[in-house]
Design a protein. Structure first.
Lengths: 290, 574
């Protein structure tokens, strides 16, 4: 069997979990400058599934991320944890993309890369839409398995996957190519590996090298091609301008409101029929339901 | 989201010490590995950068996993199931994380899967792990056993075991027995050659063995029948896969509870000889003990760091009489002294580690080629310094970590006595550091040689000849005066001990402490002169430490002057 090719979709996001006072701008948009840029947490869960498959069955793991130049950090981080390399999808024309335009751009790139298994985090913590993974699957015409907790096994051309559903766990099998989205209940990602860090610490994109004068080891870069992180633009992935960026994004943010949670009186209920009946009656009376 | 390496500027500074250039060049044989391994450094800057990046991984695991698990591990502890040890769940997770991070075998050569780091960054990893969980620090630090195998065992043994250590197999050093503690010459566990099975077989009992059920054990055993002293002892390596050693019990300890301390029963346990027979205690275990003592120095410094931080945080948050308690003189005095002791311990820890690094690198090079004369001389010199500094480090850092954790509880008041804050555990963990791997009293026995042979004095002279920032002149003058006082006191003791050798033993600790206050004082003076950083006030630390040291030395001198050889009889209990 030929080597399995896994592509992990990852996104660099503002760390919305550690929000300070200046996290939002006056106009209600996210103040990205005030928040540290991190690897989207559920994409790390997705990466772990890919690395675990690589460990068990052998595979190449490539990270695909779309973003500005500094999003190369995400690719390096993945390489430090065991990924073989990555591609940075970067072009001014991608700017302002909603989930539809993003998944279009990603699917063009995946088509070019070729992949047996595409793994992505369930959703990113900056938008929380959970749309990109499924949309990529649709655009590529591939089956999708969402809310994955663990890719249990690979036998022949069949993957067995345990997925989280409301009220329980479902075990499904699928052939590949397939798109798999992974949630935060999946195993956490392994730490950085010492040798990988030392091996890949000089991996850079061309724009990163041009933008700084810190390229100490051009000879290494020449001898070790994996230290060059490819950057692809619109032309590289044969995408159509009209489907990208703002023009390719039907979603328009009309308004963002700051919500201040107000503490309210709490009520403790047991699971007894009496308590539940009482609650339902109360909700009906308050016209909350019914 | 804590990183114990990145949040510790003082530790990071140690990697910038001028001697590191020599250490890296020796350890990397002028970067000979760079074309063979794509993770080997290509030059000095690259090497230091790699050390930092790998320590950053260790620091993150320490902050986010090991420290978080420490309380649970302390409560759960390890247990014996079917004659074998099962770690506390947190311990198992700690070990798994470090294994996945590929940092075991940090100091071992690349050909066996190691990272080939010098002793300095390895010791840093020990300090980081110990700050997170001192008990786990033991399991991590027992990698020293691999270092001993690397030094003395055959290629055949090393080819088998080194890759296993790099893959996360744990080690143990089985020395102590019920009747052989500080006095290891009394070891009785028997090793006999079995001609039929073509192997050595071990029979007997070991006690107080840290991580006694580890995968790879170094065992001190008696090969020479009829002998009763050190010359009959040899060192063996036992592989857990043989399942011929039973864990009879795990001791119920006061602290470092996550580290299983085992009583072991060897029954015809097959083992392989390390090096030559009869050299077990005399040569190999002595080397092993020296690395282990360096490890305790790291453990002690890590505990002090943790306790100081806990106490500082509490003192800033806790309010009494309308203000944070850190604003009260008795509290801030304690805190500043705690920090000075912690910084002094760390300065001594890495000064010693650097000495060990240079001589060990030469030692390994000497196995590959004949050393030039000046290389040989240098190896001897650094070996001598390492041997003289190691007991001083162990003595000072372990005593300081007991003092620092004691004060950390004091600053917490009644809350510190409860199990709700980590300082209570830290104080229990600290208590073993000045006992195991040689008690403080035994460190004095080793360190007094540094006093009588003049090694410490020569170092003081070397430090004195260095140039320091001129605004530190008054402090330097204090150190010079302390040296003169020390010399006079040593002379006095030697004169009085001429007819009564017990007089020297009686005052040995005082003399060693006097030397230590001066040497550690100089190390802090150097840091105050060289380092600038917003987060650590090196000038204050040097000032506080040297002034307190001067006062203690004067007290020691006064006591010694007033103590006649005849006085010793007052203390003897017959």
């Amino acid at each position: 069997m030929k080597q399995l090719k896994i592509v992990v979709l990852a996104k660099q996001v503002p760390d919305t979990r550690n929000v300070g006072k200046d996290a939002m701008k006056e106009d209600g948009t996210v103040n990205r400058a005030a928040l540290p840029a991190i690897f989207n947490p559920e994409d790390l869960n997705a990466l772990e599934q890919a690395l675990s498959l690589k460990e068990r069955y052998g595979a190449t793991v490539t990270v695909l991320t779309m973003g500005p130049s500094r999003a190369a950090d995400v690719i390096r981080e993945a390489m430090y944890r065991g990924a073989d390399g990555g591609v940075l999808l970067t072009d001014r024309k991608f700017a302002g993309s909603d989930t539809l335009a993003t998944s279009y751009a990603l699917s063009c790139a995946i088509r070019k890369m070729g992949a047996d298994i595409i793994v992505a985090g369930r959703q990113a913590i900056d938008g929380d839409t959970a749309q990109v993974g499924p949309q990529v699957a649709e655009k590529l015409g591939l089956p999708q398995v969402t809310y994955t907790e663990e890719i249990e096994s690979l036998e022949g051309d069949k993957l067995t996957i345990r997925r989280h559903i409301e009220g329980g766990i479902e075990r499904v099998t699928t052939t590949f190519p397939v798109v798999i989205t992974v949630g935060s209940s999946a195993p956490v990602c392994r730490p950085r590996n010492a040798k990988c860090v030392m091996r890949y610490k000089y991996a850079r994109t061309t724009s990163e090298i041009q933008a700084s004068d810190e390229d100490y080891y051009p000879a290494l870069r020449e001898a070790r091609n994996y230290l060059n992180i490819p950057e692809w633009g619109v032309a590289d992935v044969d995408a159509e301008d009209a489907s990208l960026g703002l023009s390719g994004s039907p979603t328009k943010v009309k308004q963002i409101e700051n919500i201040v949670f107000q503490a309210k009186e709490a009520k403790k209920l047991t699971s007894s029929d009496e308590d539940i009946n009482g609650l339902i009656k109360e909700l009906i009376t308050a016209h909350a339901i019914g | 989201m804590a990183n114990f390496f990145l949040d510790n500027k003082d530790l990071q500074f140690q990697l910038d010490h001028p001697l590191m250039k020599k250490i890296v060049a020796l350890k990397e044989r002028n970067f000979a590995d760079k074309d063979k391994y794509d993770y080997a450094p290509v030059d000095y800057e690259d090497a230091i950068d790699s050390y930092k990046k790998v320590l950053e991984i260790v620091g993150e695991i320490c902050g986010d996993t090991i420290a978080v698990n420490a309380d649970g591990v302390d409560k759960e502890g390890p247990r014996v199931v079917d004659d074998h040890v099962v770690y506390a769940s947190g311990t198992a997770e700690n070990h798994r994380m470090l294994t996945e991070a590929g940092v075991y075998g940090i100091s071992l050569p690349r050909k066996w899967g190691g990272l080939n780091f010098p002793v300095v960054p390895y010791v840093m990893s020990c300090e980081l792990v110990s700050r997170a969980d001192a008990g786990f620090g033991n399991i991590w630090g027992l990698q020293d056993c691999a270092e001993t195998l690397h030094e003395f065992a055959s290629d055949e043994i090393n080819d088998e075991y080194m890759p296993q250590v790099c893959a996360g197999k744990t080690c143990a050093m089985d020395l102590t027995e019920p009747d052989a503690g500080s006095d290891l010459q009394a070891v009785m566990l028997k090793a006999t050659w079995n001609e039929e099975k073509k192997t050595w077989l071990l029979n007997g009992v070991k006690r107080f063995i840290t991580n006694g059920d580890g995968d790879i054990s170094l065992v001190l055993a008696r090969t020479e029948e009829g002998t009763t002293d050190a010359r009959g002892l040899s060192l063996f390596v036992y592989d857990r896969k043989h399942m011929a050693v039973k864990v009879r019990r795990i001791e119920h300890k006061m602290g470092i509870i996550g580290s299983p301390t085992c009583e072991l029963v060897f029954t015809d346990a097959p083992a392989r000889l390390v090096g030559d027979t009869k050299m077990g205690l005399i040569r190999y275990v002595m080397a092993l003990m020296n690395s282990a003592r360096l490890g305790i120095g790291a453990q002690s410094t890590g505990i002090s760091e943790a306790a100081y931080r806990e106490a500082l945080k509490y003192a800033q948050e806790r309010r009494q009489f309308g203000k944070p308690i850190i604003e009260f003189a008795p509290v801030y005095e304690m805190l500043t002294n705690m920090q000075a002791k912690t910084l002094a311990s760390r300065a001594m820890l890495y000064e010693t580690s650097r000495f060990v690094d240079v001589y060990k690198a030469y030692y390994h090079i000497s196995k590959e080629r004949k050393l030039e004369k000046e290389e040989r001389d240098e190896m001897k010199e650094f070996n001598k310094l390492a041997d003289a500094y190691t007991p001083l480090l162990k003595l000072f850092s372990s005593e300081y970590c007991n003092q620092v954790t004691y004060d950390a509880i004091q600053i917490h008041g009644g809350s510190g006595y409860m199990k709700d804050y980590p300082v209570e555990r830290l104080a229990r963990d600290a208590r073993i550091t000045n006992i195991y791997e040689g008690t403080s009293q035994l460190q004095v026995v080793a360190a007094i040689k540094g006093v009588t042979t003049g090694v410490y004095l020569a170092q003081m002279n070397k430090y004195e000849a260095m140039t320091y920032n001129s605004d530190l002149d008054p402090l330097h003058a204090t150190l010079k005066a302390m040296k003169a006082e020390y010399e006079a006191t040593v002379k006095l003791v030697e004169e009085r001990a001429a007819d009564n050798s017990e007089y020297l033993d009686f005052h040995a600790r005082r003399l060693v402490e006097m030397a230590g206050h001066i040497i550690l004082g100089y190390l802090l003076l150097y840091e105050a002169s060289e380092r600038e950083c917003g987060c650590v006030d090196y000038r204050t630390a040097a000032n506080v430490y040297i002034k307190a040291g001067a006062a203690k030395n004067t007290a020691h001198r006064a006591y010694i002057e007033s103590s006649t050889p005849e006085d010793i009889a007052m203390f003897r209990i017959d």
